[in-house]
Design a protein around this ligand. Sequence first.
Ligand code: AMP
Ligand code: MG
Length: 349
Amino acid sequence: MAFCANSVSHGDNMEKKRVDGLATLLIVACVAVVTVLIVSDVVSGKREYEKTVLAMDTVVTAKVKGSDAQQAAESICSRIEELESSSYSAYKENSDVYKINNADSSAAEIGASTESCISSAYKVCEASDGAFDITLGTLTKLWGFGNGEEKVPSQSDIDNALQNIGYKKLTLNGHFVTLADGAQLDLGAVGKGAACDEIKLLADEYKLDRAVVSVGGSILLYGDGEFTVGVRDPFGETEDCVGTLTLEACCVSTSGNYERYFTENGVRYHHILDPRTGYPADSGLASVTVVSESGIYSDALSTACFVIGYEKSLELLDEFNAEAVFVTEDGEINVTEGLRGSFEAGSGA
Ligand code: AMP
Ligand code: MG
């Protein structure tokens, strides 16, 4: 036994030395390969880089591949921060939205990004017959969404706020916007998607090979080839999916009742409001994911579809050449025709 044991033990040491030697060789080989890759990366100027920041009241992640990847990712994040403070924030004093909301019914001069965003959003207000309405700022503030003071407002306050909503109260005249007295602009439903469109231009400037930039519920997929995007399970945890979409370059936006909500007296109230009732939209949907070439339209349409429900959304989506995945409150999944070949149901995202 002892002999065997020693023998075995001796053999073990030999084997261990051989394995150690192999491991060293492998490490050296790997280091060499990695070094070659890094060197060839540096030589060709191709690199990958990922950066995450908090902006637009959400998490922004830029994953980019191409020349100057680090600089590109940093520029992307800075641009989103800048868009928040100069254009879309309702709370930052230098933003266009703040200026418009505090102009006392006189014309406010705005930048090109805000102009383009309002102009596109307005088309969705019209097409949805006001179910989507960017002048509902008084109502969102009343519910406390965006300022952290969520509460169910009194019916009389809701009735008063409803008097101040109506996209026709807004006039866009070139670089100038006028809002009728009492109305308040809220670009919360479109700013993130509009940012994706701006980032697409930046990605062009940097000649990126590929980029995936997520701005909260809106994602820009940029570059050649396919991308796989998980459609979140509205009833599960953040990482749970009801299925995956395999897509080429485009924008994807999701509106869901799980994104922002509070509970009062056992009732859950979410942040997507119906401007016709003044209450959270109740169209039988738990989430809508819209796929479009355009970031702003994917974002505006996902909110609009959430308000009007599955059936009515089909025509609206057609009008803007967009496709969608709907998850109903009963857990049913409906996929528009143009996406059926791209969607795979299941949690294995
Ligand atoms: P999203 O997550 O893109 O659906 O946008 C939701 C945000 O849009 C809310 O937090 C509000 O600021 C704003 N919003 C809510 N309801 C509407 C609506 N019916 N039309 C336009 N904007 C809305
Ligand atoms: Mg939206």
